[in-house]
Design a protein around this ligand. Sequence first.
Ligand SMILES: Cc1cc2nc3c(=O)[nH]c(=O)nc-3n(C[C@H](O)[C@H](O)[C@H](O)COP(=O)(O)OP(=O)(O)OC[C@H]3O[C@@H](n4cnc5c(N)ncnc54)[C@H](O)[C@@H]3O)c2cc1C
Ligand code: SF4
Length: 480
Amino acid sequence: MKTRQQYIESMRKVKPELYMFGEKITDRVDHPIVRPTMEAMAATFELAEKPEYQGLCTATSHLTGKKINRFTHIHHSIEDLVNKTKMTRLLGSYTATCFQRCVGWDAMNALSMVTYDIDQKYKTEYNKRFLKFLQMVQDEDMVCCGAMTDNKGDRSLRPGEQFDPDQYLHVVEEKSDGIVVRGVKLHQTGTVNSNQIIAMPTRAMREEDKDYAVSFGIPSDTPGILYIYGRQASDTRKLEGGKMDLGNTMYGGQECMVVFDNVFVPWERVFMYKEWDFSGDLVEKFASYHRQSYACKSGVSDVLIGAVQLLSEYQGTAKASIVKDKITDMIQLNETMYCGSLACAHEGHEEPSGTYYVNTLLANVSKINVTQFPYTIAKLAQDLAGGLMVTMPSEKDFRDPKLGKYIDKYLKVSDAVPTENRMRLLRLIENLTLGLGAVGYLTESMHGAGSPMAMKIMISRLYNLDRVKKAAMRISGIKS
Ligand SMILES: Cc1cc2nc3c(=O)[nH]c(=O)nc-3n(C[C@H](O)[C@H](O)[C@H](O)COP(=O)(O)OP(=O)(O)OC[C@H]3O[C@@H](n4cnc5c(N)ncnc54)[C@H](O)[C@@H]3O)c2cc1C
Ligand code: SF4
């Protein structure tokens, strides 16, 4: 297993072709915009080093029997699934941001099942290839990003009907030693902090779309892959020098646009090739696992609730019953999100491959709560914080010898509370509810692992309405 520091150093050897603000970035490890995001990823290594988190953050490989980072583990029990939920919450509260490592982990768990199922039907050898890849990831404690979302062009049209065939990632050439793929994956979390990129189809395919039914895992710096860094609200505050105005002074999230410009993939790294009838299954399994992973947002809410409570104490409002009531509402919503993630883990089951899979209905219910509750929690946080959160002077003004004394005097709430502490909490609440951190806390909650409609479709498909109709008939005395 790698330590936090070994992970950071190892990233220097991975050299993705990365662009930001129109410039090529060659020193991303020390880049002020990238580094906090790498630190968030590094927290997944750091906590696995700590004795008190060994049970949660490490596991035993079913391939080698070695101790591994849980983020590279294939779930082999209900306890594994439950530990996943607990660990993602823990890391959410440790970093107050998206720590990025779950997407590739969820992709690996989904592939461990689907490659097995394809092999059963078609006598292929995807599972063997995948397990070899997995062992490398486990042995070297690698980070994988999970690349599912295509641009998708006109959403009313299927992949092959688009104005441009590259709107969905697809195979453009078959060679004796591998395939060549072209297209794009959007919104890719943590990609330039990763060793490997695992691509998957973005939707269920039909036979006519079989060139789009492709999955593979290749090094992030494979020639032909190009990364364009995603802008986030207030991202250039990271270039200003001081840290206070960031709110989250330590960590951040990261998404990139990832272009595949005729990228070669050797056969031993191909995990699905034109088996269009398994494409929907891979999407569904990945999505269900990833919907479980959103216990991370309960962890982020922990930090927000903590910030609001402390600020209320500073500002002298904490004892008012209306404030206590609002804080209690925030806690209730947050714990409800957590309950959903725990429930789908507890109700999981073993698949034919031996991998344990979450309860799909409950995973979707869990994530749909996550598309709603952080917005209400954020509204309550903004209510209790007061308007200063968006009108406060900058850190530079606060540090200025002439202006600072006015800011210190007129933003003070009591002799016991340094003005700077109040300002720091206000910036943290700003970060999480409308700044850099809101990307992860709000919009990612809405669209990450699929937009709400995707969950509603699954919920209506999976809930057994016949069963409940029969229950109603029996109780009301209807005979047939
Ligand atoms: C912060 C963040 C991180 C992410 N990380 C990753 C990642 O690491 N890996 C990854 O693969 N993906 C990632 N995603 C992508 C995420 O899964 C998608 O954003 C999500 O699936 C929605 O797709 P979209 O953004 O293309 O929205 P769209 O598909 O454009 O959806 C916009 C709206 O249109 C609706 N809509 C879409 N199609 C139809 C239709 N046919 N009919 C009617 N309504 C429709 C949707 O329900 C939604 O309300 C991330 C997204 C975000 C925001
Ligand atoms: S949004 Fe949450 S579940 Fe998804 S990668 Fe980030 S931390 Fe993990």
